[in-house]
Design a binder for this molecule. Sequence first.
Ligand SMILES: Nc1nc2c(ncn2[C@@H]2O[C@H](COP(=O)(O)OP(=O)(O)O)[C@@H](O)[C@H]2O)c(=O)[nH]1
Ligand SMILES: [Mg+2]
Length: 382
Amino acid sequence: MELLVPVLIVFALSMLILLGVALYIPQRRARRRATSAALPSTTPPATAPALQTVEPLLETPEPSAGRLVRLRARLSRSQNAFGRGLLQLLASDQLSEAVWEEVESTLLTADVGVAATDRIVTRLRARTAVLGTRAPQELQQMVLAELTAALEYADSAAAAQGQTVAFDRRLRSDRHEDRPAVILVVGVNGVGKTTTCGKIARVLVADGRSVVLGAADTFRAAAADQLQTWGQRVGAGVVRGAEGADPAAVAFDAVAYGAREGADVVIIDTAGRLQTKVGLMDQLSKIKRVAQRHGEVDETLLVLDATTGQNGVAQAKVFTEAVQVTGVVLTKLDGTAKGGIVLAVQQALGIPVKLVGLGEGADDLAPFDAGQFASALVGVTE
Ligand SMILES: Nc1nc2c(ncn2[C@@H]2O[C@H](COP(=O)(O)OP(=O)(O)O)[C@@H](O)[C@H]2O)c(=O)[nH]1
Ligand SMILES: [Mg+2]
């Protein structure tokens, strides 16, 4: 009997412990289930930021690797006097006065322009003197760095002092809430305006955007025909007037049509005959004014032919006085070793080169990239 009491107490205690364990375990299981059930619902938001980053990519057509490879190949094939000559010079035993003069003339031959050449040579001389650098590879990297900086920044003198305001090279082609983006394309006859309109349309259409081309070059019916052929080729609608029609009216109609149809972008091609310089400039500013009745023109692209060299800078000045140019398209870079014109144009006008033309084909257009371009110029293969 005396034994029974402690046995009972032990029994009662173990029953209590068992009961507690039995009640506790299912609760824990339930809690674990709840947390694992919550997991899937917390994962999806992680994909949301990824979706957002896709949008900005559409603003500027990304350079496809193939295009840049082609740019390099073509620039180096076009007897790249610039890159090779420069490196040979810098590799000479003595960096004498005569060598620096030759470096200078090589830069000038490549159409880098007097001011930019001066700045680059002065900086190279200072750096080689301070660092005592003589290894060809280091010199090559130095030239590359100087050129890239000179190409990248709106004010390379300020960039040299660490104030780096890089050019904004995005092509403004985003549709507004209630109307399409409008791109006006201007330039002298034969530089590649119509071709560039077609190539830009191609990139935009490939991005899934609807494009309308406006044929505001009404001097010859053939000009509108050429644009129409491009439109058919790349999948863009074309608005044209009769031969000799008022170009400004065609521009107005093209924007109105684009707005009505809910197009994303309207690209207006213009005429560029210079013999009537004053007339042409008046006409361009009228086209812009009239197109603007629907809302601001987003982008006014000046097309320059790289093979015309420094003359292009003079042309550019005339155009910038008539219309506010927001970007330069440098065409026919495939046919010249004078790629330095990019620098000269940017420095003289303070306007960025946004696109480069590398051939007559629909895909021969690439966004300008300072680093890649400098490498191509200097002939650096990597
Ligand atoms: N090699 C080369 N030819 C080009 C390029 N862009 C245009 N062209 C050619 O230059 C010529 C004139 O072009 P076009 O677009 O009619 O010039 P527009 O008078 O300014 O409209 C045509 O034969 C084009 O194929 C380019 O980037 N490279
Ligand atoms: Mg044309």
